[in-house]
Ligand binder design. Structure first.
Ligand SMILES: NC(=O)c1ccc[n+]([C@@H]2O[C@H](COP(=O)([O-])OP(=O)(O)OC[C@H]3O[C@@H](n4cnc5c(N)ncnc54)[C@H](OP(=O)(O)O)[C@@H]3O)[C@@H](O)[C@H]2O)c1
Length: 263
């Protein structure tokens, strides 16, 4: 797909009840796509999609991976195809590794990693049968390097890069394309919803997010990147250059990050 025009394309977006996912839904719809919105909070989805007659909502908890086959069947039946799956639902972390309960690490992995994997496995045979499709995966700068307070979150996002890079290679011949999106600071509720050392919501809007890019701008950059068939999209402010530091001067980055809170 190398056109700016998504007219008639069916796009399923998880985490569409707020932040980047909501902005993605608005952007894709503005470019002619039929959108299916998923997240746990049905009321928020209803409010967003209520403005549009042609949008559908499908409330779901991506961490409930046993439900993935039924969820994919239901979603597929809404329009009879899915051209783009945008795995955007995610939860972050605000706690040191030593203080983080294993249960919280598992919860983060279930939502951020196993959720997208379970849905993708169900989608692949259907996408192949329709002649192809695209999987968009919203990871993070934390999918490229780790930082204090983000051990489990960074693990879940690194896992996405490994899994979906491999999937891209496997599914190329089947017409399935993979785009990995690595945002830096985006002005959303991600820090408020992040898990603290008690597994509860952190509750604070951190400095990074407060000063971050508007989700609408982020969504536009993502959709532009998808239209250009990009395999990776790096989006954010100056913080995104840390990815280049990790590649070309990893020791310097490591020294810079020692003990440093990246809030
Ligand atoms: N904002 C940033 O600075 C930033 C930076 C890098 C990466 N990201 C990534 O961007 C993605 C979107 O986050 P955001 O910044 O837009 O934050 P957000 O406003 O907190 O949105 C997170 C979305 O994920 C949904 N979600 C969370 N757990 C879910 C679950 N178990 N099942 C289904 N939906 C679930 C939430 O909806 P419900 O609560 O209704 O389920 C919400 O719609 C995440 O993957 C995040 O890791 C964000």
């Amino acid at each position: 797909m190398t056109t700016q025009n998504f007219t008639g394309k069916v796009v399923w977006i998880t985490g569409a009840s707020s932040g980047i996912g909501e902005a993605l839904a608005r952007e894709w719809r503005a470019r002619g796509a039929k959108v299916i919105l998923s997240a746990r909070r049905e009321a928020a989805l209803t409010q967003i999609a209520g403005e549009w007659q042609d949008a559908k909502i499908l409330p779901l908890d991506v961490a409930q991976t046993l439900a993935a086959p039924a969820m994919v069947e239901r979603t597929w039946s809404l329009f009879g195809r899915i051209d783009i799956m945008a795995h955007n639902a995610g939860v972050s972390q605000r706690s040191a590794a030593a203080a983080t309960p294993l249960a919280t690490t598992r919860e983060i992995m279930e939502t951020n990693f196993f959720g997208p994997v379970a849905l993708t496995k169900e989608l692949l045979p259907k996408m192949r049968a329709q002649g192809g499709g695209r999987i968009v995966v919203v990871t993070s700068l934390m999918g490229k390097f780790g930082a204090a307070g983000r051990s489990s979150y960074a693990a879940s996002k690194h896992a996405l890069h490994g899994y979906f890079d491999a999937l891209r290679a496997e599914e190329w011949a089947n017409g399935i394309r993979v785009t990995l999106v690595t945002p830096g600071y985006i002005r959303t509720a991600i820090s408020q919803n992040a898990k603290d050392e008690n597994g509860a919501a952190h509750g604070a809007l951190d400095r990074g997010q407060a000063g971050g890019m508007a989700p609408e701008k982020c969504a536009k950059i993502i959709v532009d990147g998808v239209a250009r068939d990009r395999e990776e999209i790096l989006v954010g402010g100056l913080e995104k250059f840390a990815v280049f530091a990790k590649r070309w001067a990893p020791r310097l980055l490591s020294i810079g990050l020692r003990g440093r809170n990246i809030d």
